[in-house]
Design a protein around this ligand. Sequence first.
Ligand code: HQG
Length: 180
Amino acid sequence: MDTKVTKGISKLLSYILRHSPETIKLELDANGWADVNELIAKFDLYDLELDFELLEYVVENNDKKRFAFNADKTKIRANQGHSISIELNLDEAEPPAYLYHGTVEKFLPDIKTQGLQKMGRQHVHLSADRETANKVGGRRGKPIILIINSATMHQAGFKFYLSANNVWLTAVVPAEYITF
Ligand code: HQG
């Protein structure tokens, strides 16, 4: 399969399913699910020949497992990363002792005063390993890894969720739980 094509489709799917379904007049339900047939039909707009087989390939081979089908593959949604307000209905989970967040130097002064905020998304995104956090930070420049004292945070009552593609999500990380 041509990776340029599958990457392009993945990028568009992320945009549509996380941020802007209205671009192709797609409706998402309250939990972020779109009807697969409707998505395929409305994808026409992009001049890309998307059919179910290709969509299934993109979902199953996506490097970060960004998308998921429901059990009978009639619905699809993004596993995390939304800016639009949807309810993923994830169960709370107990985090490991430490989680990691990759960012860049220019955000540090604000993070030191405000903690990690959701910014444009529905959650703060954290990783279980440094390597992933390094990649996340690297999207914006030279990565800086922050260590989150997640067990302490959890004991203090903060809620954590694990997305279907293993991204740890929480509402906010106050600066006192961050090792800079
Ligand atoms: C920073 C990608 C100033 C934060 C990745 C980050 C991830 C603050 C940026 C997913 C701040 C927000 C999410 C504060 C946080 N003041 N800056 N108080 N608090 N920031 O993209 O975590 O490839 O919304 O450090 O892999 O970078 O798209 O979050 O730099 O999983 O699937 O504000 O997106 O996944 O940026 O990335 P983002 P993120 P995909």
